[in-house]
Design a protein around this ligand. Structure first.
Ligand code: IPM
Ligand code: MG
Length: 367
């Protein structure tokens, strides 16, 4: 049997430098755990635009459809700010999500003990935090038609459409309930049913899906209240399920509870392929961080944790995923810190590669 395949799309900004460290981890699994992957690399975002004039080449899109999992770094940067909307780096990412039909975006927000002091919230509010946001990723206002900027009378009008079909809501909800069954059996659904018809339908469909999971406690919240509750008392949540736009916003909020955006991974999953694995793309929640790009300062942990999610959700290697997560937890407990994790007491931050060295050493020690 051939090795499972991974397509790596480092992208822009800090994407390539954090991905270099992930490649070392992938190689480690091949060498030390007899878990080899066929890895190929290609361009996305501004990097693809520079080479091909588009943020995702058709050949890259075709490759992404064929592999067992895609690992993406980050896209975007100030250099591309003035590009036409249709070729902006973000369009490459959105095309991957849409054409691979990755409808379920899992964004865990977990607070590592060693980092509880880094949160902008009080330690006791975030210590031990472990929540999972399931964000619908292929529909809603990100993709709804009509959209555009049109002329109306003597002014222009910007239009986007929030649109959800029952089946789109249903499949996102189902993945949230399935996850909750393997966690603490609580789902909180967030929408704005008080002002949006799509929110009324969302609530109805989620409630209906919930009937198939009698063990799971389902609650509903307006998304604005949800944002408030996330900073007030985040530990009340287990799984949160929400739409594409609210999920974008709420997941940044949840991520920051944990102390640094440099720590948070994500998985975007679609329907099972012929081999039974879900269509999947894994990416850190942080962006391309152009202010520190190319300086070897970036924290590679979010991207490494994204690979751990790939081990768990694409390759059925939950124990190996836990090995990597424990190695990361250990180096943090031992005091290893990149610049984004430096406290007021200061010290010398590790470079991206030094953090990689520490994690590889911890992986070796785990054997
Ligand atoms: C995210 C990002 C993207 C989004 C951008 C880069 C298009 O913010 O993954 O959360 O809005 O979905
Ligand atoms: Mg976002």
């Amino acid at each position: 049997m051939s090795n499972p395949s991974i397509l790596i799309l480092p992208g822009d900004g800090i994407g390539p430098e954090v991905m270099d460290q992930v490649v070392r981890v992938i190689d480690w699994y091949g060498a030390k755990r007899d878990l080899a992957f066929d890895v190929s690399t290609d361009l996305v975002g501004g990097a693809a635009y520079d080479a091909h004039g588009v943020p995702l080449h058709d050949d890259t899109m075709a490759k992404a459809q064929e592999v067992d999992a895609v690992l993406l770094g980050a896209v975007g940067g100030p250099k591309y700010d003035d590009l036409d909307f249709s070729v902006k780096p973000e369009r490459g990412l959105l095309r991957l999500r849409k054409e691979m039909d990755l409808y379920s975006n899992l964004r865990p927000a977990q607070c590592f003990d060693a980092l509880a002091d880094f949160s902008s919230l009080k330690k006791d509010i975030v210590a031990g935090l472990d929540i999972m946001i399931v964000r619908e990723l292929t529909s809603g206002v990100y993709f709804g038609e009509p959209r555009g900027i049109i002329e109306e009378g003597n002014e222009r009008v910007g239009i986007n459409t929030q649109r959800y079909t029952e089946s789109e809501i249903e499949r996102a909800a189902r993945s949230a309930f399935e996850l909750a069954m393997r966690r603490n059996k609580k789902v909180c659904s967030m929408e704005k049913a008080n002002v949006m018809e799509s929110g009324i339908l969302w609530r109805e469909v989620v409630t209906k899906v919930g009937e198939d999971y009698p063990e799971v406690e389902l609650s509903h919240m307006y998304a604005d209240n949800g944002a408030m509750q996330l900073v007030r008392a985040p530990k009340q949540f287990d799984v949160i399920v929400t739409d594409n736009l609210f999920g974008d916003i709420l997941s940044d909020c949840a991520a920051m509870l944990t102390g640094s955006l440099g720590m948070l991974p994500s998985a975007s999953l679609g329907a099972p392929m012929a081999n039974g694995r879900p269509k999947a793309m894994y990416e850190p929640v942080h962006g391309s961080a152009p202010d520190i790009a190319g300086q070897g300062k970036a924290n590679p942990i979010a991207c490494m944790l994204s690979f751990a999610m790939a081990l768990r959700y694409s390759f059925d290697q939950g124990e190996e995923a836990a090995r990597l997560e424990s190695a990361i937890e250990k180096v943090l407990a031992d005091g290893a810190r990149t610049g984004d994790l430096m406290g007021p007491e200061g010290g010398t931050p590790l470079s991206t590669a030094e953090m990689g060295d520490a994690i590889l050493a911890a992986l070796d020690a785990s054997l």
